[in-house]
Design a protein around this ligand. Structure first.
Ligand code: HEM
Ligand code: CU
Length: 667
């Protein structure tokens, strides 16, 4: 390991180059809003859009719980009920749980790795606009009263044309393809950023663990989403183009849907939780005042979980009559996959055990996460056992299990992350006192609401029923569940109050309010448009704690390349983070927005089966892509001058080469 010391820390930070702000700031006005490629803006937009979907899906859940509070309630019709639980599931999973994590990573990654933006800033903007428009597209179905109603996993033949003649399922199939495009685009960006943009010296063992979580998730998304896209394409074709992929009567096979869907669906669960285990692993050191225990094990656990996650999908299909032997493999696989999770839990417990916990609000949520993680894991092992699953599949036991996993491992970590990083984003602290109430209400409400669902399930209450008769024995557990769910909701609303309060009167956060060890806390809150006045060089996993963990600082955070001749950042090597080249980053651009708009129009054409609209919109998609890649005059000139520099090194800077260093590997 390199141990060269750079004698810089005691010197005062040099004033940032005035050119930097001018180059990186987004233009004001509508143009700036639509054209910005700043990862911080995009990250925050991701977060707030996802949070809005969380509130919408939460509202849907509260209607569901209203109806189920007592037997024989008829506030909602069966049709409305089907639409509500389907939209609740789809919205929570695809439009809240996954994108909210992209929001954190988008905002944080460049700040954590000492870069000025993501690898493909325009692609980043594109993935956000596609996410937003996919949501707009899906919710159009609600406004025309034909929302998807076949459950979040949309089993055929229920979702075929015969049993579902409206547009509901067309919105479902196309909506999922649409959001999948957004996620694929985003994933490619994360993968490239991970391997190319880390600060010099930031080798693979010096990264915040959320980077590993989101990297793994992105790789999983790239491999898992095609299965979903194919499944939905075939469904759309069966419904609208007279094919018979899923139609047993014509030689198709309905189980094909289930296989394709769950080949995507199970790995997708890990997309929703691996980055959050990263959030937890990164918050712990700050709040127990010591480095994380078992860094390598945590990283390996993340990667192993993701790989094994591709081999367990059949545990969703134990009741479909597959051969016993093949089911046994999937049952065993599902139990094996708990091992890396257990490794992570032990690493966290060891970190807490040897640390000095500071019970601030983010740490409360982390602790809540760990408790619920274990409970959700236990009910998961239970359903991985085949006879047990036969008994409980399609009951409220499964609803309890999936919420323990999703709320415990996603929502609690997200709130930990919000309380931790919002001060960095807004420059103001949230309230400790209100925050404790938020946590208390959410934690108690959650367990009160969802634990009794296990019992309802064991007592035989099926999922997806819009009401139930008296005398089933499910009354009490359901009433308690509803009370708990509403308590949870009050906690969420109180968070919004806290946030609004913090925006107006929250105490200023300063650069590093938690005395945290990683790079994002070395810049101001909120960070400047260019992130870092000089690009840092990093020589340890905890650059801001070096004075305390070692004799003297070895990372260089205040002296380094300034790179202020245009939007530039450093490209480094994939393993060790050796500086390799100066990258020219794109200017703000309207093309991502326009491209996403054209995609939206294409999907409207497809759902309406209006082939003229579809054709024109698809042509616009290609036109906007061409526009995107069309070089601007400035780019052409820059390229020409680079060619001159490269071919005639001594040509004396003709043609606007303005005295820059030769661009050996500028790309
Ligand atoms: C805000 C608190 C929440 C409450 C009160 C709640 C309530 C419910 C209820 C009662 C059902 C079962 C409906 C039925 O089977 O008849 C359900 C289903 C579901 N929920 Fe939640 N939920 C909440 C949050 C979440 C979150 C955060 C996620 C995901 C991140 C989520 C994902 C799902 C999924 C995937 C289903 C299955 C939908 C289906 O059967 O197709 N829920 N929820
Ligand atoms: Cu699964």
């Amino acid at each position: 390991m390199a141990t060269t010391t750079v004698p810089v820390a005691p010197q005062p930070a040099p004033a940032p180059s005035p050119r930097l702000a001018a180059t990186w700031e987004t233009a004001p006005g509508l143009y700036g809003v639509l054209a910005t490629v700043d990862h911080k803006t995009i990250g925050k937009r991701y977060l707030w859009t996802a949070f809005a979907f969380f509130l919408v899906a939460g509202l849907e859940a509260s209607l569901i719980r209203w109806q189920l509070a007592r037997p024989n309630m008829h506030t909602l019709s069966p049709e409305q009920y089907n639409q509500l639980f389907t939209m609740h599931g789809v919205t929570m999973l695809f439009f809240y749980a996954a994108p909210v994590l992209s929001g954190f990573s988008n905002f944080l990654w460049p700040l954590m790795i000492g870069a000025r933006d993501m690898a493909y800033p325009k692609v980043n903007a594109l993935s956000y606009w596609l996410f937003l428009f996919a949501g707009v597209f899906l919710y159009t179905s609600v406004f025309i009263g034909q929302a998807p109603d076949g459950g979040w996993f949309g089993y055929v033949p229920m979702t075929g044309r015969t049993y579902s003649p409206g547009l509901n399922i067309d919105f479902y199939a196309l909506g999922l393809i649409f959001i999948g495009v957004s996620q694929t685009v985003g994933s490619v960006n994360f993968i490239t950023t991970f391997f190319k943009l880390r600060a010099p010296g930031m080798s693979l063992n010096r990264l915040p663990i959320i980077l590993w979580g989101t990297l793994t998730t992105s790789v999983v998304a790239v491999f898992a989403l095609p299965a979903l896209t194919v499944a939905c394409l075939l469904l759309y074709a069966d419904r609208n183009l007279h094919t018979h992929f899923y139609d047993a009567a014509e030689g198709g096979n309905p189980l094909l849907w289930q296989h394709l869907f769950w080949m995507f669906g199970h790995p997708f669960v890990y997309i929703l939780v691996l980055p959050t285990t990263g959030i937890v692993s990164d918050l712990l050191p700050t709040f127990v005042r010591r480095p994380i225990a078992g860094y390598t094990y945590l990283v390996l656990a993340t990667i192993t979980t993701a790989i094994l996650g591709f081999g367990v999908w059949v545990h969703h299909m134990f009741a479909t009559g597959l051969p016993q032997l093949s089911m046994n493999f999937f049952s065993a696989g599902s139990m094996v996959i708990t091992i890396p999770s257990a490794v992570s839990v032990f690493a966290w417990i060891a970190t807490i055990f040897y640390g000095r916990p500071v019970w601030k609000v983010p740490f409360l949520f982390v602790a809540g996460f760990i408790v619920v993680f274990v409970l959700g894991g236990v009910s998961g092992v239970m359903t991985a056992s085949i006879p047990f699953d036969w008994q409980l599949t399609d009951t409220y036991f499964v609803v309890a299990h999936l919420h323990y996993v999703l709320i415990g491992m996603n929502v609690f970590a997200v709130f930990a992350g919000l309380y931790y990083w919002l001060p960095k984003m807004t420059g103001r602290m949230l309230s400790e006192r209100l925050g404790r109430w938020v946590f208390g209400l959410m934690f108690v409400g959650f367990n009160l609401g969802f634990f009794p669902m296990h019992i309802s399930g064991i007592l035989g209450m099926p999922r997806r029923i819009y009401t139930y008769p008296e005398g089933t024995g499910w009354d009490t557990t359901n009433l308690v569940t509803t009370v708990g769910a509403y308590l949870f909701a009050v906690g969420v609303l109180l968070f919004l109050v806290d946030y609004a309060r913090s925006r107006r009167v929250g105490p200023p956060a300063g650069d590093n309010p938690w005395d945290a060890p990683t790079l994002e806390w070395s810049v101001s809150s909120p960070p400047p448009a260019y992130n870092f006045a000089v690009l840092p060089t990093v020589r340890s996993p905890y650059p801001l704690w070096e004075d305390r963990l070692r004799e003297r600082p070895i990372s260089a955070l205040e002296q380094g390349p300034v790179l202020d001749e245009g939007r530039e950042t450093l490209a480094t090597s994939g393993l060790d983070g050796d500086a390799r080249a100066v990258l020219r980053m794109p200017e703000d651009s309207l093309w991502p927005f326009l491209l996403a708009l054209a995609v939206l129009a294409t999907f409207y054409g497809l759902v309406a089966q209006n082939w003229t609209v579809t054709g024109i919109a698809a042509a616009l998609v290609f036109a906007t892509i061409a526009g995107w890649f069309w070089p601007t005059r400035a780019e052409l000139e820059a390229r020409r001058s680079e060619e001159l520099v490269n071919t005639e090194p001594n040509s004396g800077g003709e043609g606007g080469s303005d005295g820059r260093r030769p661009a050996e590997a500028r790309s």
